[in-house]
Write a protein that binds this ligand. Structure first.
Ligand SMILES: NC(=O)C1=CN([C@@H]2O[C@H](COP(=O)(O)OP(=O)(O)OC[C@H]3O[C@@H](n4cnc5c(N)ncnc54)[C@H](OP(=O)(O)O)[C@@H]3O)[C@@H](O)[C@H]2O)C=CC1
Ligand SMILES: CC(C)(CO)C(=O)C(=O)O
Length: 320
């Protein structure tokens, strides 16, 4: 039976890790501020699929105290990826697989630099989940994961036997999961949603339903989606018009949703703008494609992120 290390036990790591443990897998959770609470009280999952509690879990506050595991699941916010060079080497065995469940683009390449001899798999999570308190996860909607193997330069890779085995573990944990043969296409497809909605929800202080209800912003959402289509096309990945209409329809029927970036902004936390905006813009530029609308949204988000950072620093100075 495969062992799993969950790096970052929050909205995603807490939810999927708890599902894997409930299915009988050997799961080890790396935590930060929630460590003492989770070590004492375990994890509580409030889910549309049914609530459950794990009174006792393998909780750790330092990676070096964890066992090396077969699958290391990266569930940190991408704003914490600077920690990975210190965290990852202690968690892997020679044939471990690193599974990246983060949004955005580029993390798999970063990890391949840190661990050049290990397999890296990307996972796109179509889930609405929030960590509402230490060790308490609220799973609001959806939950499916799309898996793709990473290869140098994001070249398409066939589905590997290990991916099939990991998918079997997640299915045994009652998680819908589908391996695919093109991680880069899957990442561009997820950005078709994340770039417009995460970005505009922060800049315009709006939930997804309000962005869709207004004709000006719903048109802007579609224009941003088409810029992502242009970027993907520069890498010979086709984002169809039908897919764009599916994403618009998917959002129209979603419960009014505050995106993960808006939740972070309202909480005064750093925003995942490098992974979700900066790197995609650079990928496009590397192929001679300029994305003016996404570029402007990125500049606005950088302005807001810097203001939040200054407020965080000032409040730290005030507390001294
Ligand atoms: N939430 C969602 O519905 C979705 C999220 N995603 C993506 O998934 C990724 C994870 O997001 P999400 O789960 O929402 O984020 P969360 O902030 O809920 O979870 C991240 C966790 O990492 C922990 N952490 C921070 N630093 C460390 C550390 N040094 N060691 C161990 N743990 C640490 C945080 O703990 P603490 O708070 O104590 O610092 C937190 O619990 C992001 O890329 C996000 O965009 C993708 C689809 C949907
Ligand atoms: C598309 C959505 C809303 C759920 O997967 C998401 O990716 C997010 O909130 O970051």
């Amino acid at each position: 039976m495969r062992t799993y290390a969950i790096v970052g036990t929050g909205a995603l790591g807490g939810f999927y890790g708890a599902k894997l443990q409930r299915a009988g897998l050997d799961v080890h959770f790396l935590l930060n501020s929630d460590y003492q609470h989770v070590k004492q009280s375990g994890l509580v999952i409030e889910s549309i699929d049914g609530d459950f509690t794990l009174p006792s879990v393998n909780a750790y506050d330092r990676a070096e105290r964890m066992p090396a595991c077969d699958v290391v699941v990266i569930c940190l916010k991408t704003t914490h990826n600077r920690l990975l060079p210190n965290i990852l080497p202690t968690l892997v065995k020679p044939n471990s697989v690193i599974l990246v469940l983060q949004n955005g683009l580029g993390t798999e390449a970063e990890i391949a630099q840190i661990l050049p001899h290990h397999s890296v798999v990307g996972g796109l999570c179509f889930i609405c989940s929030n960590k509402v308190a230490p060790g308490r996860i609220h799973h609001l909607d959806y939950g499916e994961i799309k898996l793709g193997a990473y290869a140098d330069g994001y070249q398409a890779m066939p589905i590997t036997p290990m991916m099939a085995e990991i998918a079997a573990d997640f299915r045994a944990a009652d998680v819908a999961i589908s391996p695919c043969a093109d991680l880069l296409l899957a990442r561009w497809q997820k950005l078709v949603w994340n770039i417009p909605y995460n970005g505009l929800s922060v800049v315009l202080d709006a939930t997804t339903d309000r962005l869709m209800a207004d004709p000006h912003t719903s048109a802007l959402v579609a224009q941003l989606m088409h810029e992502v289509k242009l970027a993907a096309g520069a890498y010979d990945r086709d984002i169809s018009e039908e897919f764009i209409h599916q994403m618009l329809a998917y959002t129209l029927k979603m419960t009014p949703y505050r995106t993960s970036m808006k939740i972070d902004y309202d909480a005064g936390k750093p925003l995942e703008i490098a992974a979700m905006f900066g790197t995609p813009l650079q990928f496009a530029r590397d192929r001679g494609v300029e994305l003016p609308l996404i570029g402007m949204l990125y500049q606005q988000l950088q302005f807001l992120n810097a203001a939040t950072e200054r407020r965080r620093e000032n409040s730290t100075v005030d507390r001294v």
